[in-house]
Design a protein around this ligand. Sequence first.
Ligand code: ATP
Ligand code: MG
Length: 318
Amino acid sequence: MIIARNVSKEFNGIKAVNNISFEVKEGQTLVFLGTSGCGKTTTLKILNRLIEPSDGEITINGKNILSLQPEILRRSIGYVSQNNGLFPHYTVAENIAIVPNLLKWDKVRTSERSNILLDQLKLPVTEYANKYPDELSGGQKQRVALARALVSDPPVLLMDEPFGALDPITRANVRKEFLELPELKSKTIVLVTHDVQEAFELGDQICLMDKGIIVQTGSPEELIFKPINEFTRNFFSHQRLQLELGALKFSSIWESLTDASSSSKPSLNSNQSLWEGMEMLSEKNEETLVVRNSEDNSYKEVSIQTIQSVYLENKRNR
Ligand SMILES: Nc1ncnc2c1ncn2[C@@H]1O[C@H](COP(=O)(O)OP(=O)(O)OP(=O)(O)O)[C@@H](O)[C@H]1O
Ligand SMILES: [Mg+2]
């Protein structure tokens, strides 16, 4: 879907992005992760030509993006900028209608589509459509920015620190809702964050960046269990246990679990992580919980002891 080859961007002779290459498959989420100033926003903006690359080639669906007019290119790419970018003097409804107006949609079509999105994003139309950005909380502003990016149903979505302005608790909750949004399931997403936990929860693939280069690209599991150098290893060291448990899904250790006959206990799905299992055990104050395999509808039983022993066993075998 998106292929970038040897892309660089120089500002005043300094390479903010230095010869990077990456791919995003259709329907997948690629996360750019790294500390401030490493080139994440620059990379994202090159993809919709808010910044022109100094070097390299990018294709989206086989088309070289430099051969398209930027305005045409941007119609197929939703963009949520780093500070949400809402127009303060436009209402929520007017902010969302910007792209439909450019596309000359009629009013009914625009409001029907906006209403569906506001509803999905838990912003009731009657309450929020006529509010101004200043009257919204940080999380609500983010949702409006997301609705605006999604309104014309673009196949590609670029998001720059979409949850950056939120406190850690709201952030975790908004992220969960985000993962469940039906509207996003089929999108190809490139997301920028400096939050390791966020990258691991949202990314199918993660590009870990440092000083304009991509140090390592891989799945969360690959980055945490197979760091290629000290930089990657150190980047994750302070949250290692949580990230390792988060990167291990019940499906990948299915055979090591005990069969369960009943599904009466609080249950998780086999594509959830050992970390989520630990959280659920402690939240519900249960000795065990039941995990359901979505493929064959079988059930397994899990306790804290099982999670510990399976985790240690897995670590030994790597
Ligand atoms: N328009 C510009 N002119 C000159 N230098 C720039 C410009 N935009 C970005 N830079 C520089 O390029 C580097 C990368 O910036 P970028 O915004 O891509 O970083 P980032 O990884 O998104 O950082 P943050 O996490 O703080 O948002 C920085 O050193 C920045 O100062
Ligand atoms: Mg940035």
